[in-house]
Design a protein around this ligand. Structure first.
Ligand SMILES: NC(=O)c1ccc[n+]([C@@H]2O[C@H](COP(=O)([O-])OP(=O)(O)OC[C@H]3O[C@@H](n4cnc5c(N)ncnc54)[C@H](O)[C@@H]3O)[C@@H](O)[C@H]2O)c1
Ligand SMILES: [Zn+2]
Length: 678
């Protein structure tokens, strides 16, 4: 059963973490001290419940807490070897744990354990960090809070910072908390309610002080020509730039992107001071670990053309990489981990918005959120003072900290399709849905395009959050809708790598029964639809210069002359030849184009449920519900083909193992000799 102190702490943490004004995502930590029975001696012992490494306050559960023996945490001050060797204390926390389970103790455990208060909150609120990064933050803290909040000069998080804060608390008996220079806030209380109230009071007082005493235009005057473009224009330009940008920022390793055009971002970029401020970079350790020391900023007005912007971004990217390497060289010593890549995580485009990048969609989105936090911090700091983040040497000490490196090394190996962005047409049902599900399970971000938006979104929601899968509406026969779907994919995840032409439908009719409308519909959806999707996607793939895959879900019927199937089979043969033609044409761009010939996938297929099954059953003279078995019996392997079998083949074609295969069709039909390829 959860200890009541932990229950209370979790509730407080969830409340604090639910409001983005209180702390950034996964930032900050909270703690409570109390007593419980030691199962070894039966005696009551003092314990520290503290949010462990990783995880987010807003969604903290008991598993996210580390529980430590308070006497043992405090005893560490006796063996503490001094600030130069403070990192050694992190491993010592493991020897102070009370029982197993829960989360690993974080670097901030010392602060929580050493501060002499029953309840402690350490948070990263934008308003508090504005004070923490103001050039005269110490004076402003005294002015805004009177003696109630103390100032702690910047120090990298660790054991010594814990000692500093505990000393501040001891020497400032009237203080309810402190501003940690360059970093955030820490508040305390005798009860959980008191700590929470003190945290909120510091955050609210800081915000109110900025509102009351701050300049009205902290980012300076409006910059001529830098105002936000109209929403439609903005998104169109963002979609046009995104593939090129993703290619650039994936120079060292492939990244997924996220696009934000919120008012905070656009206002910042429309103001005179944004180049100076952006160059200063972010400050709170959490912020810049995610955003890189500083963003890359396009120095062209909103109206600049796409071509001109791309040319300039390419030059700026080169410059960014050179400067990042110089920053690394200047600060690295023999013990530093090797450089992790010199590409930016944040790219700002005036009038358009912000692209943020990371190893997956969630990381990319959170990097963007953190830069919005940084904008808020800069606005607050500039309103009351001059924004003055920690210097590059300190940033480097955090970015290439041995403890941070160890955390990265502990991260699980990426899944096979991590960083790859897939678009699957007709994926709200049947084979397409199975393909989307499999690609997502292998680490890809997936865009499900289908006729009906709600169905597309419902299928995406079954697969995962919008960091994993999104649904978009697109009739693949419509050029503009196809372009819109590709744009939506590019804006959702930053680009596109893997396209599956799966949308289809089937009318089983003899030559004499087939109307011109039947013929046109089949050809429009499959032959023309695939052409439109491949064309729109290829322009993204070519711009990215990251290669890619296009897979056609063709059919056994593309080579097999089955009965009563003229329009469907002819358009499937068209798709099959598109595979060969595009493999030949796109090879020079590193784009592989392959096809799959399924057959007899009855289960889950809307095509079969929608009348085709009944007709095929009639053609073969079997009851409709026996059709799957009938198909299985006529195969060489006597196996029924399921949507998942087709999905498996798509995965294999796109996986690294088939990196040298293009222009191929893979039958997924359990063996149909009449459809053997030669
Ligand atoms: N089921 C089989 O045995 C079989 C065999 C060989 C090939 N295929 C091919 O596999 C693909 C998927 O078939 P399924 O059996 O999963 O069928 P399904 O009906 O379950 O799925 C097809 C999806 O495509 C969508 N779609 C139809 N027209 C569209 C359009 N104009 N724009 C966008 N989306 C559209 C539908 O809404 C549906 O969600 C088709 O291309 C089909 O020809 C199926
Ligand atoms: Zn912190």
């Amino acid at each position: 059963m959860t200890h009541e102190t932990a229950t209370e702490l979790i509730a407080r943490s969830n409340r604090l973490g639910a409001d983005p004004r209180n702390t950034n995502y996964a930032g900050g930590n909270t703690s409570a001290k109390g007593t419980d029975r030691d199962p070894v001696t039966g005696e009551q012992v003092e314990l520290l419940w503290v949010k462990g490494s990783g995880g987010d306050l807003g969604t903290l559960t008991e598993q996210g807490l580390a529980v430590l023996r308070l006497d043992r945490v405090r005893a560490m001050t006796e063996v503490y070897p001094g600030v130069d060797r403070e990192d050694e204390m992190v491993a010592a926390f493991d020897y102070a744990l009370h029982g197993k389970g829960g989360a690993a103790p974080s670097i901030d455990t010392a602060m929580h354990g050493l501060v002499d208060a029953a309840h402690v909150d350490h948070l990263h609120p934008d308003s508090g960090i504005a004070f923490a990064t103001a050039a005269d933050g110490e004076r402003l803290t005294a002015e805004a809070f009177g003696g109630r909040v103390a100032w702690v000069p910047w120090r990298r998080p660790g054991f010594q910072l814990g000692l500093d804060i505990s000393e501040i608390k001891r020497t400032h008996p009237d203080a309810v908390g402190c501003i940690l220079g360059g970093h955030g806030i820490t508040a305390w209380g005798d009860t959980s309610e008191e700590a929470e109230a003190n945290s909120l009071w510091i955050i609210g007082t800081a915000a109110a002080y900025i509102a009351e005493h701050g300049r009205s235009d902290p980012f300076g005057a409006a910059l001529d020509g830098y105002a936000a473009l109209e929403a439609g224009e903005r998104r169109a330009k963002a979609a046009a730039l995104a593939p090129h940008l993703r290619g650039l920022v994936s120079t060292d390793k492939a990244q997924v992107g996220h696009f934000t055009d919120s008012a905070e971002v656009l206002d910042f970029l429309a103001s005179a001071e944004h180049p100076r401020l952006a160059a200063l970079g972010t400050s709170c350790p959490d912020h810049f670990l995610r955003t890189k020391v500083k963003p890359m900023v396009l120095d062209l007005p909103a109206e600049a053309g796409v071509e001109e912007s791309i040319e300039r971004l390419t030059a700026l990217h080169e410059q960014y990489r050179t400067e990042y390497a110089a920053y690394y060289d200047e600060h690295a010593d023999d013990a530093s981990p090797t450089m992790r890549g010199a590409d930016p995580a944040i790219v700002l485009v005036p009038g358009v918005g912000m692209f943020s990048y990371g190893a997956n969609a969630q990381t990319a989105r959170v990097a963007g959120e953190f830069y919005v936090n940084a904008i808020n911090v800069m606005r607050g700091a500039e309103a009351i003072s001059t924004y003055s983040p920690i210097d590059d040497a300190e940033k480097f000490r955090i970015e290439y900290w041995a403890l941070e490196e160890a955390k990265l090394q502990r991260m699980p190996k990426p899944k096979p399709l991590a960083t790859r962005i897939a678009l699957v047409t007709g994926a709200a049902s049947g084979i397409g849905k199975a393909i989307a599900t499999r690609l997502a399970a292998e680490g890809a971000c997936v865009v499900i395009a289908d006729l009906d938006l709600e169905k597309a979104q419902a299928a995406a929601a079954e697969i995962g959050s919008t960091d994993v899968a999104v649904g978009v509406q697109a009739n693949v026969t419509d050029e503009a809708q196809v372009q819109a779907a590709v744009d939506a994919a590019v804006l959702a995840f930053g680009g596109l790598d893997l396209v599956v032409n799966n949308a289809g439908l089937s009318l089983s009719k003899s030559l004499l029964e087939t109307t011109v409308a039947d013929w046109d519909l089949q050809h429009d959806v499959m032959a023309k639809g695939s052409f439109l999707v491949s064309r729109a996607a290829a322009s993204v793939l070519i711009a990215q210069k990251l290669g890619g895959d296009i897979v056609y879900i063709s059919s056994k019927n593309s080579v097999f002359a089955g009965p009563n199937n003229i329009a469907y089979s002819a358009t499937k043969a068209d798709q099959a030849h598109q595979v060969r033609l595009l493999a030949a044409e796109l090879g020079e761009h590193g784009v592989k184009v392959n096809g799959i010939n399924p057959d007899g996938v009855v289960r889950g297929s809307g095509i079969f449920a929608g009348g085709w099954g009944a007709k095929r059953a009639a053609v073969y003279g079997v009851p409709e519900e026996e059709l799957g078995k009938y198909y299985a019996q006529r195969t060489l392997l006597k196996r029924e083909v399921l949507p998942e079998n087709v999905a498996n083949a798509v995965f294999v074609l796109c996986s690294a193992d088939l990196s040298h295969t293009t222009g191929l069709h893979v039958p997924v039909d359990a063996g149909v000799a009449a459809a053997f390829l030669r």
